[in-house]
Design a protein around this ligand. Sequence first.
Ligand SMILES: [Zn+2]
Length: 126
Amino acid sequence: MKKNSKNSYRFCQRCGYPTNDKNYIPGTLKNNENSEKYCSRCLEKGEFRHPEMNRQEMLIMIIDISLNNSWWVGKVMKILFPKQIKKMEYWKDDNTPLNKNFSREEASSNREKYFDYYKFYEGDDC
Ligand SMILES: [Zn+2]
């Protein structure tokens, strides 16, 4: 256990949501304590949402949502997110190849598969 109570992670270690964002809500552990590493979209009472998801699917989700918000944000995320995801703790043992230039078909089947996850991030641009 870390002793400092301040959140020492700048981003959710699964989806990259910035912990200093005003809409950031920490995820919860089994004992209902706040997680230091994961946001509420990713972790609820110690359970990860869609534990079957791999890092490429996460990358598609985050870039796709960013592109839908604005092409500019999407462009930035296409550069940043592939680098960022490689440093996240949750994905450290996941070696799924990353491809930021996924097709529209891949994006829409990913959206169907993880529809409930997507909806946590949408309508969120601030
Ligand atoms: Zn998250």
